[in-house]
Design a binder for this molecule. Structure first.
Ligand SMILES: Cc1ncc(COP(=O)(O)O)c(C=O)c1O
Length: 391
């Protein structure tokens, strides 16, 4: 080997992003399970159910044939089907030409950030929030600006808070999710419209992460596309359609940016996995099945909302949608990471420390995902109750 080959290769400074703590919890849970312990998984943010039968059948039918590249922006019939979904669900007319199929919403964020922002740009995100927003922005040389979302604004980012941050130092963009991860809270249609109005009035680009749409219990989720054709809307088949591993999502982009995003995606990935696109189009015919899965989450949500106060966890944010409950554990700890580790080791319930989602207040919160079975959700309430009483 060449002498120069022995020198360590130093990773770039911008690749130095934080790990996702939930992965540590999952690894610890896996170790317990390997030793024969039954762990209840409430840390993982993914459905336990498979993709709709319609999607599986379409994929099975296609697999025998040639699986080739598709158009970079996605199979035209899938783009058309996604556009029709906006008419059916929200009464909004979307030109299929604005729909871009992506490799999960995760790819949508990279494409959106690269299209909208320059290195050094400041982008506001609600805190607590999904960690990869800030980590992807950082890796791309942008500055994530965390804005706290207090109880007074129903845990939502408001136009007022956004403009206050913009006055301090100008923002290039803002990203919100409703229903949100980790809180499950939703913005009302009025709150969303108000925030979009404030952002656009100040020249701040608006990105709406709508990945948990379809999983709304408190009131119907509004799409940013209802209020603006300049907002970048990002969505996915991962959650409502139970297709996490298929890695397929979509964007609805402002018309004049579609070609830019197409050029980026051509170079990054040529096209999105073909089989997943075929399955995704057929998934829209499986909504009755997915609504049943959703009713299961609703049941689990009720079990937690009614049962956790008796178990000792009586303060949580409005669990409006998604499949998360964000519980305040400040009565018990100021270190949610340690609390989650002990809950796993002693009660055998895996949850995610809030620190993953909020570097400041997250030490006083944990996130419970209720995407599992009803029996496990009931069992979790019992285990948490016994554990908290025994401490
Ligand atoms: C709020 C939010 N946005 C985006 C994603 C990314 O999902 P995917 O890339 O599977 O579409 C997740 C995944 O958990 C999420 O919770």
């Amino acid at each position: 080997m060449l002498e120069s080959g022995r020198r360590p290769i130093i990773p770039s400074a911008r690749s130095d992003v934080s790990p996702f703590m939930v992965m540590d919890v999952m690894a610890a849970a896996a170790r317990l399970e390997a030793a024969g312990t039954h762990v209840i998984h409430m840390e993982v943010g993914q459905p336990a159910a498979p993709a709709p039968a319609t999607a599986l059948a379409a994929a099975r039918a296609a697999i025998g044939g040639r699986i080739a590249y598709t158009e970079t922006l996605g199979i035209p019939s899938l783009r058309g089907r996604i556009a029709r979904h906006y008419a059916e669900r929200h009464g909004v007319d979307i030109d299929p030409a604005r729909v871009i199929v992506t490799t999960g919403s995760s790819a949508g964020f990279m494409l959106a950030f690269l299209t909208l922002f320059e290195p050094g740009d400041r982008v506001a995100i609600a805190s607590p929030g999904y960690p990869p927003y800030r980590h992807i922005l950082t890796a791309l040389g942008c500055e994530p600006v965390l804005i706290d979302t207090p109880a007074a604004t129903r845990w939502a980012l408001t136009g007022e808070a956004l403009l206050a941050a913009h006055r301090e130092r100008p923002l290039a963009g803002v990203l919100v999710a409703s229903p949100a991860n980790p809180t499950g809270t939703m913005m009302t249609a009025d709150a969303l419209a108000d925030l979009i109005g404030a952002a656009e009035g100040a020249g701040i680009r608006f990105i709406s992460d709508e990945i948990y749409h379809g999983l709304d219990y408190a009131f119907p989720a509004a799409t940013a596309a209802q209020f603006s054709d300049r907002a970048m809307v990002i969505n996915s088949f991962s959650k409502y359609f139970c297709m996490t591993g298929w890695r397929i999502g979509w964007m609805v982009a402002p018309e004049n940016l579609v070609r830019t995003i197409e050029r980026l995606q051509q170079n990054f990935s040529i096209s999105v996995p073909t089989l997943s696109q075929i399955a995704a189009e057929a998934a829209f015919d499986g909504r009755a099945e997915m609504d049943e899965v959703k009713h299961g989450y609703e049941d689990n949500r009720r079990i937690l909302v009614e049962g956790l106060p008796g178990a000792g966890l009586d303060r949580f944010l409005p669990a409006d949608g998604a499949f998360y409950l964000y519980a305040d554990v400040s009565r018990f700890t100021a270190d949610s990471h340690d609390f989650a580790q002990r809950m796993l080791a002693e009660a055998h319930v895996a949850v995610t420390p809030g620190l993953d989602f909020d570097p400041v207040h997250g030490r006083e919160f944990i996130r419970l995902s209720y995407a599992g079975s009803r029996a496990e959700t009931q069992d979790a309430v019992q285990r948490i109750g016994r554990w908290l009483r025994g401490r």
